[in-house]
Design a protein around this ligand. Structure first.
Ligand code: PMP
Length: 400
């Protein structure tokens, strides 16, 4: 008898599948708009210089060893993350009300956060329609019930604030609402500051618990502080909430798996109890986090010099992505490609939700070596000054 014969094939992950199909394509003109990882204008992966420098420092530092870290990770990492997210002069930093733990990337932080929610809060989780596919899968695995809120308007290709507010105003008290802090994945559509205030209002009225996902700080406006407006505003308004944070993109540490979970509580006393329970979640999942990524991040965040270097390099990256938006839009206009493409420059962050149909996306891949999600999501980081023309010519053909 075969022990595992009752298993059926699980679906392959859409994003990893595209990544592999791109790798297998032998064409010289292939274009990778699938994965959300930064590429230079030469289509190369990028390692921050400041990261390389610190890696050398760490290798040669005789005071470091391979002993286990604390369950919640490096203390200086956690402190640095709080300052980066909430702001240096935020009184919350010294209040003792924020519980923070180093996690395995943003995904690890989401998993730890939702495991904690499942055990200690329950409630339905409202997720934007659409959201990053892994949100739905994680919630499913953790066993939390999901409800969609409208979010994206396919007609305007923008944020449907009214429908979102209407939906949330019907939510059961104590529900959790998953919000993308900035650079929404997959749509590239973010609420304005005024719309965030309206969302905060309905969360207050309905007693909803915000759970923020912050995977792209720096990539929406290009300004680190501006991009986390929502988190700082909700904190100022007195919300107790959870934030899952990722350094994969803004420090280019994808495979080091560095992220953080923050839980903003109402008092220092409660924070102590929350931390003890959060540690139980982590201890039983993976015990404690790996050290290298956490050391790199904490050295950047705790050293003024390195911090400045990081911000400068990040500005180059976010600047290139922002530039590719207007380049793509201009090329589409220049070649008179059918349709209105204004949304490309209105949307922000790593991704554009093009509005291309699944069939058009398939055609782009099969006939033109352009790899992207069938939802029409394009990673702007895969566009370069050299491939944009070829891309637009291909789009022109498939939309005709
Ligand atoms: N949240 C969102 C919205 C994301 O797009 C990503 C990365 N694609 C993550 C979380 C998690 O990133 P990671 O686990 O690679 O840090």
């Amino acid at each position: 008898k075969n022990l595992f014969s009752h298993l059926t094939q699980a679906p392959s992950d859409a994003i990893f599948a595209i990544m592999n199909a791109y790798k297998a394509d032998t064409s010289e003109n292939k274009i990778d708009l699938g994965v959300g990882a930064y590429r230079t204008d030469e289509e190369k992966p990028y390692v921050f210089d400041v990261v390389k420098k610190i890696e050398q420092e760490i290798v040669n530092d005789p005071s470091l060893n391979k002993e286990y870290l604390e369950i919640e990770g490096l203390p200086e990492f956690n402190k640095g993350c709080q300052i980066l997210l909430f702001g240096k002069d935020n009184p919350l930093i010294t209040s003792g009300r924020i519980v923070t733990a180093q996690c395995l990337g943003g995904t690890g932080a989401l998993r730890v956060g939702f495991d904690f929610v499942k055990r200690h809060l329950q409630g339905d989780v409202y997720v934007s329609n659409p959201t990053w596919g892994n949100h739905n899968q994680i919630l499913d695995r953790v066993g939390l019930n999901q409800i969609n809120y409208p979010y994206y308007d396919p007609i305007t290709k923008g944020f449907n604030c009214k429908a979102t507010l209407d939906c949330l105003s019907q939510a059961k008290e104590g529900s959790i609402i998953l919000l993308h802090v900035c650079a929404h994945n997959p749509t590239g559509v973010d609420p304005t500051e005024d719309e965030w205030l309206q969302i905060a209002d309905v969360c207050k009225t309905r007693n909803l618990i915000p759970f923020f996902d912050c995977a792209y700080q720096g990539f929406a406006s290009g300004c680190l502080d501006k991009d986390v407006f929502a988190v700082r505003k909700f904190a100022e308004l007195g919300f107790q909430m959870i934030i899952a944070y990722s350094f994969s993109k803004n420090m280019g540490l994808y495979n080091e798996r560095v992220g953080a979970i923050h839980i903003l509580t109402s008092s220092q006393d409660i924070a102590t109890k929350v931390l003890s329970n959060l540690k139980m979640v982590i201890r039983t999942l993976y015990s404690c986090p790996p050290a290298i990524g956490g050391r790199i991040v904490s050295r950047i965040l705790c050293n003024d010099n390195y911090y400045q270097q990081w911000v400068q390099e990040l500005n180059v990256i976010t600047g290139r992505i922002i530039k590719m938006r207007s380049l793509l839009k201009n090329e589409l206009d220049n070649l008179n490609v059918q349709g209105n493409w204004d949304h490309i420059i209105k949307q922000t962050g790593f991704f554009t939700f093009t509005g291309l149909t699944p069939q058009q996306c398939d055609q782009l891949t099969q006939d033109h070596h352009v790899y992207l999600l069938r939802s029409g999501r394009m990673s702007m980081a895969g566009i370069t000054s050299k491939n944009v023309k070829q891309l637009v010519e291909a789009i022109k053909i498939v939309v005709q």
